[in-house]
Design a protein around this ligand. Sequence first.
Ligand SMILES: Cc1cc2nc3c(=O)[nH]c(=O)nc-3n(C[C@H](O)[C@H](O)[C@H](O)COP(=O)(O)OP(=O)(O)OC[C@H]3O[C@@H](n4cnc5c(N)ncnc54)[C@H](O)[C@@H]3O)c2cc1C
Length: 411
Amino acid sequence: MSVFRPGFLELGRLWETKPLERNYEVVIVGGGIHGLATAYYLAKEHGIRDVAVLEREYIGFGGSGRNTAIVRANQRTQENVRLYDEGLKLWPVLTDELDFNLMFYNCGNLNLAHSEAAVSSFRLAINTANFYGVRSELLDPQQCKEVVPALDISDRPKHPIQAGMYHPPGGVVRHDAVVWGLAKGASAHGVAIHQGVGVEGIDVDGGRITGVRTSEGRIGCDKLGIMAGGYGTAVCAMLDIELPVNPLTIQAMVTQPLKPFLHHVVSSGAYHVYANQTLKGEIATGAHMDPQVNYTTDVTAYYFKHQAEALTDFMPCLKDVRFLRIWAGLADMTPDMAPILDGNFAYDGLYLDVGWGYFGFKSGPITGKYMADFIAREEAPEILRPFALRRFLENRYMGETATAMKYGQWD
Ligand SMILES: Cc1cc2nc3c(=O)[nH]c(=O)nc-3n(C[C@H](O)[C@H](O)[C@H](O)COP(=O)(O)OP(=O)(O)OC[C@H]3O[C@@H](n4cnc5c(N)ncnc54)[C@H](O)[C@@H]3O)c2cc1C
């Protein structure tokens, strides 16, 4: 059952509610950060205003409203570093442009290493980042403690801290502000945002996309962007396209508010945990994903126990602090932990922006900007080309997987 109610979350009409037309030049499936950013840039930078964003539930219902809001650019591979670096630099620009406070807090990220293998992996990531002009540096345990005094750098924790990868330009951005700001900006440029409209089928004719069948009837379109996050596989299945994407449940939670003491994002691959302190004082923390493929956003007691044990082991001052709230969302994981950004590959007029796993918030606006360019010019921008779907057919997997999964970039 849809949780959408007319007027719900419209916050004094940040965006205009328009009648649903029977035809649009571009239809975008999904009112998350990727769909909204693409629509915003299509209208703003390419003058394509006949655009509808169709959202089955409400703006920000998917991962875009459920993530832990961490942004950074110290990925491992050159393709990813370039995109995420541009993405990181876009937050202040977008805040100005949208005239909406996205609450970008450039507090820096500290990833902890607890083994020699993790330290060497950090060295590789740091060298790649520095080569592309992204600030990232290796800290010894004492330097880690200077950055985050709450860390226990003794031999007592189960996984003693051996080093840290410090990335000062990263931080956090308020996730719901981002979707609301983008919706406001897109609407101001003429985009139609339709909440509570689900896409149930896709029409093609002679190898071209011609429209979508929705809960509110058929809508014709020349171009279709599938930007449905964890539900992207289900939407692509409407075209009999099987994506190499596994939707996995990922959970996050917040503690009771505390006086400010944690001024950076801290993460640890060995403990499978990452945390930051919100402006309200809560510790927002996320964990690894459930291993089995599923579409549930139910939560489990296991993660309370896991997070509590992990966090208090290396930040013992958190003992006796209570969790207040837990939630879950879907991560659309590809085998190489890099997204699928493609267009005109199976049908003319079809564009895909899916498979972001748990990296899709930080990359949202910049990818939307390039996807808008792709849709408008019908030619993939150079920076997006490595992310085409055919890399899986050609066995050209990207190298994000090893570092991220084994050694600690869990956000
Ligand atoms: C707990 C958690 C923590 C995370 N932490 C981080 C983090 O710290 N940093 C980071 O970068 N990323 C993080 N992520 C990942 C990030 O949130 C996602 O990658 C990102 O939000 C994806 O955005 P999107 O716009 O592609 O998809 P979504 O935000 O999921 O939006 C897709 C939308 O499509 C709609 N939809 C689906 N099917 C249909 C249909 N048939 N018709 C119409 N609409 C449809 C859905 O309702 C949804 O609103 C996290 C994710 C979770 C769940």
